[in-house]
Design a protein around this ligand. Structure first.
Ligand SMILES: *Cc1c(COP(=O)(O)O)cnc(C)c1O
Length: 565
């Protein structure tokens, strides 16, 4: 099976979620989209990389919203056989002291430039397993802690064994995309252990330096809840001592098995996903060296057809070398940019009409806001002062399109969606607001290209990177955002977009700053600035942001700084 690929993979990229295509719901949000873009960039750059994830047959969930904005979670089952090929190999891991058999599907990611990248999707739904164990790889981020630990055993330990069984003999680097896959390091420790006969008292049987040399860890969140922890009681029951407990506690924490600690201790190369995020992570984990590789998005995937054509004509080669977009400020004609954007905006307006019945006006600016609906993303910040918002909309008309799912257990996030629906009803006469259900890759593509302004209002410093604003930049859409995550690096005031506030750290202060910026700068420029003023900004987003915040730069950096060291 290896023969069909150009290179023998040397890097194994592990991720709990991965967004391969719209029809395959094996992702929940930004982390999975980044994993997908990583493999898409690897395909374009012909990097010898194999990705490992779970099959998640029942997906994350499909979001339905009733008129009140109550989220109803529908199963998102998919049929692996329609997109992937089952492989012969089978391996077992021990869970609850029983063997759990794991099979794998091969999904071949076909890059638009002809690259082909193997993605292994692990599956426990095999006749050999009990009904309970068959379901381990069914629900992405579903179930309780025990279920999650079982999934992480399958991903980490199962993944390494599966690579071995399939004959991937030349894997030199393992890359953990977030801590979910950190148990892979335990399997490597087991592989590289010395026979007990040769050990002197007190000597460790494990060749830790050798494992660390092969492991890379990318941490993705400064939110504590984002770091998986398991009690050692649970670990003893479920995982049954893959290595001795004293060593495990030394590596993963005395009180709990902390997947982030484990990944940090097993990896020689560790990075955060933006410069600020690396600084924040460095403060959280002072005894490790945390590098920064700022995220990027895949150029071809996130550029609307109309802009692809424009770039193909004026900046050929942009897709493989997105750096070429740096010339967008001199090389793209005004009407070319404006027409490309109008096409994308029309497509969004049609979709909004179809899905929600809300009629948007193509002449008025559209503010787009779409992300996971959860407290720290503050989707309600824009609605802090309804009277002020009405007054602004009265003077400078605009419209809002929202989208986003809340995790099924995040009651606060679900309430936020309902609240946004209430605001939409209250404001209907002054300010058209649409909420698109089922935020997925296709919706994200339509929204990030069709909006005029991309809004992001997270609570500092909790936005590790954020990537949707980068997608917007590829489509000439400027961001209006809190200075956090990637935007600290991407914002040039009035050139690529605008900052909301500076160092104010109260929601009141941020809301005021947001209203001020909208009322005094952003909306007046759109309405009264003349086309040239606005188009200059679109050009700034393309030439200064898209040229840099792309997955090709990101993967070249991982290749030269993490994989080859
Ligand atoms: C890009 C993307 C995200 C992540 O966007 P953020 O800006 O990081 O919030 C989440 N979900 C989908 C479907 C996406 O396409």
């Amino acid at each position: 099976m290896l023969d069909e690929f150009l290179h023998e993979p040397r890097v194994a990229y592990f991720s709990m979620e991965i967004a391969l295509r719209n029809e395959i719901p094996t992702y929940a949000g930004g982390l999975g989209v980044l994993a997908g873009d990583t493999v898409r960039a690897a395909a374009d750059l012909t990097l010898p990389l194999v990705a490992v994830s779970l099959i998640s047959r029942e997906g994350y969930f499909r979001q339905e919203l009733d008129a009140q904005g109550r989220q109803v979670e529908q199963p998102a089952s998919w049929n692996p056989a329609a997109f992937a090929r089952p492989l012969d190999a089978k391996i077992a891991v021990s869970i609850d002291s029983q063997p759990v058999w794991i099979g794998a599907w091969l999904y071949v990611l076909e890059g638009h430039m002809g690259g082909r990248q193997p993605v292994l999707l692990l599956d426990t739904d095999l006749a050999e397993n009990s009904p309970e164990n068959r379901a381990i790889t069914h629900f992405l981020y579903g179930g309780d802690e025990r279920y999650r630990l079982k999934q992480e055993i399958v991903l980490g330990i199962g993944g390494v064994r599966m690579l071995q069984a399939l004959g991937f003999r030349d894997i030199r680097q393992y890359h953990m995309n977030e801590g979910h896959s950190a148990l892979l390091g335990l399997e490597l420790l087991r592989r590289y252990s010395y026979p007990p006969e040769g050990l002197r008292p007190g000597e460790s049987p494990y060749d830790l330096p050798r494992v660390r040399e092969q492991c890379n860890f990318t941490t993705h969140t400064p939110v504590e809840a984002g770091h998986d922890r398991f009690t050692y009681d649970l670990v003893r029951q479920v995982l049954n001592h893959p290595i001795d407990e004293a060593t495990l506690k030394h590596l993963a924490g005395e009180d709990n098995l902390n997947m982030t600690r484990l990944a940090l201790n097993l990896s020689e190369y560790v990075n955060g996903v933006a410069e600020r995020h690396a600084e924040v992570s460095q403060r959280m984990f002072p005894s490790y060296h945390i590098h920064a590789i700022t995220n990027g998005v895949h150029p071809f995937t996130w550029t609307a057809e109309s802009f692809r054509k424009l770039y193909d004509r004026y900046l050929p080669g942009w897709c493989h070398e997105p750096e070429r977009l740096v010339r967008a400020d001199c090389s793209l004609p005004d009407d070319g940019i404006w027409n490309a954007h109008s096409d994308a905006k029309r497509a969004l307006i049609e979709h909004v009409q179809q899905r929600t019945g809300v009629a948007l006006d193509a002449q008025q600016p559209v503010i787009g806001f779409a992300r996971r609906m959860t407290a720290y993303k503050r989707p309600d910040l824009l609605f802090t002062d309804i009277e002020r918002l009405k007054a602004i909309a009265h003077r400078y008309p605009f419209q809002i399109v929202l989208a986003g799912k809340a995790h099924p257990h995040d009651e606060g996030g679900k309430r936020l969606i309902e609240q946004l629906h209430r605001h939409a009803r209250t404001l209907a006469d002054t300010l058209p607001i649409a909420y698109l259900p089922e935020y997925d890759l296709d919706t994200a593509r339509l929204l990030t290209a069709g909006a005029d302004i991309w809004l992001n209002t997270p609570l500092r410093p909790l936005e590790a990177s954020g990537t949707s604003g980068m997608k917007a930049a590829f489509n000439g859409v400027p961001s209006l955002s809190i200075l956090d995550g990637w935007w600290i690096e991407g914002c040039i005031e009035g050139v690529t977009g605008w900052a909301i506030g500076d160092h104010a750290d109260t929601s009141d202060g941020d809301a005021r700053a947001l209203y001020d910026k909208l009322e005094r700068t952003v909306l007046p420029l759109f309405h009264d600035g003349g086309d040239a003023g606005w188009i200059a900004l679109m050009r700034g987003a393309i030439s200064k942001n898209a040229s840099y915040f792309n997955s090709h730069r990101m993967m070249r950096r991982y290749a030269t700084e993490a994989y080859i060291r």
